[in-house]
Design a binder for this molecule. Structure first.
Ligand code: F0G
Length: 451
């Protein structure tokens, strides 16, 4: 254990200011060995040739035959400068789009031109996770890992399995039994990962995988891995890029294990420190009502970042309550069916940095929002639609103004969870159900129906 800050372009640092221990980037650590809190990847910016302005990154568009310039993650590589190019594990992630969408805007009572959807379903494995995996696998290659592992609600495992295959690593996936949407489960099996199904939920898997990784010296690819979050910062860079290098007023993101929200806050904090943006937007983090730990802790139990002195007693007491009630998270948005989010403290930092708000939405609100996004936008999985459902609530409450420029992050592809979509439409579960119409195998009757 030593102070690394002075020596290299990048180093790891405990986020807890009372501890603040620093470590080399070559150390494989998923928590601070001194105090157990989360670790950040930090930079000595004066040792890195960071562009003077965000728009300088646009010159990479002209050299897209270089795989690192093509990548929507590594195009911004000075802002995640923790390894040499030879380790970078890119498979063309981050070719995502920001869609301005007035129809979805109308649904949430936003004025025309003010709502944007950042569609991360276009990534190679169909979710935002690829942004983080390309970065974490680059670190895994740097440290010479042979086998990696993760617990997952499905997208992390799909993405990890895909990158492991392309990097020549073995992959072990821990999933809760019956807890994963079919699209995602099919991916990790098809990409060749060893899939371990635990009789439990994501929170159980998360606990087990950390112990297994410690015991067997496996490389952990959950968002406890600080390098994964470095990659996920680039979602924000691409939003800014697609807004003509401007910052929106709000980012709205679903909250599960709280990796994305943590990465976004860090991205904004660093861009502000570097003078690359003038202001930091606000953030809204949206839980599902049946998996609302963050909402409960922040809104009801008044848990704050408090300059890094997080009141762990509040968290411990809440988790003890959950255990006493034998509470299990439950939502149709299985991706965010999590009650003990591992990045809680980093997310609290984001809420502080971005003057954030937190709320929970019901499964019905998620399902209807998902159908509206499907009808007028790009289609997404249920957890992604929590962002739009959350925005609708925040506009109704007056927290977000109808004119304010808002970006909702659509985290995963529609085809990740086909069963839920089919049920919603065929069983007429919601306001926007669009079931197939049955008709006899008879031309006249078909024509009559369609006239
Ligand atoms: N949206 C989707 C589609 C997800 O898969 C996840 C998380 C989230 C939102 C929540 O993001 O954890 O950064 O707050 N999925 C993880 C997984 C937990 O295992 O695939 P978060």
């Amino acid at each position: 254990m030593s102070s690394q800050k002075g020596q290299n372009a990048a180093y790891q640092k405990c986020i807890n200011p009372k501890c603040g221990a620093e470590f080399d980037t070559a150390d494989v650590l998923f928590e601070c060995p001194r105090c157990g809190d989360l670790l950040d990847c930090r930079y000595n910016w004066d040792k890195i040739a960071v562009p003077k302005k965000m728009s300088d990154f646009a010159k990479r568009w002209a050299t897209r035959d270089n795989p690192l310039d093509f990548s929507g993650v590594w195009r911004f590589r000075e802002l995640l400068n923790f390894c040499e190019d030879k380790f970078k594990a890119s498979i063309g992630e981050g070719q995502t789009i920001l869609q301005q969408n007035d129809e979805v805007g109308k649904y949430v009572n936003k004025k025309a031109g003010s709502l944007y959807l950042q569609y991360e379903g276009l990534n190679p494995s169909g979710s935002f996770k690829d942004n983080g995996m390309t970065a974490a696998f680059s670190h895994a290659k740097l440290v010479g890992t042979k086998t990696c592992a993760c617990a997952s609600t499905g997208n992390t495992s799909a993405s990890m399995a895909l990158y492991a295959h392309s990097c020549g690593l073995k992959a072990i996936v821990f999933i809760g039994s019956g807890k994963i949407a079919f699209g995602k489960l099919s991916q990790s099996m098809d990409y060749g990962a060893k899939t371990i199904q635990i009789l439990g939920d994501f929170d159980d898997c998360m606990r087990q995988v950390q112990d297994v990784c410690r015991e067997l010296k496996l490389y952990l690819l959950n968002s406890l891995n600080p390098f994964r979050l470095e990659g996920q910062k680039t979602i924000i860079y691409r939003v800014i890029e697609q807004l003509g290098w401007q910052v929106p007023d709000w980012i709205v993101v679903p909250g599960g294990n709280l990796g994305n929200s943590s990465a976004f806050g860090k991205a904004f904090l660093e861009l502000k420190e570097l003078g690359l943006i003038e202001r930091v937007p606000r953030i809204a983090i949206v839980n599902a009502a049946g998996a609302n730990t963050l909402t409960e802790l922040v809104n009801d139990r008044k848990l704050f970042w408090n300059d890094g002195m997080v009141n762990e007693e509040i968290v411990d007491k809440y988790y003890a309550d959950l255990t006493a009630r034998n509470f299990r998270a439950h939502t149709i948005a299985t991706a965010i069916e999590i009650s003990r989010p591992v990045n809680l403290n980093k997310c609290l930092r984001t809420i502080d940095v971005c003057n954030g708000v937190v709320l929970a939405v019901t499964d019905e609100e998620i399902k209807d929002a998902k159908a509206v996004i499907g009808k007028f936008g790009l289609g997404c999985e249920p957890a992604s639609a929590a962002s739009v459902a959350g925005l609708k609530n925040l506009v109704a409450k007056g927290t977000i103004g109808p004119d304010e420029r808002v970006v909702c992050i659509l985290t995963g592809h529609l085809l990740k969870d086909p069963n839920l979509t089919v049920d919603y439409h065929t069983k007429k579960e919601g306001l926007f159900s669009n079931p197939p119409i049955e008709v006899p195998n008879d031309l006249d009757q078909i024509i009559k129906l369609l006239k």
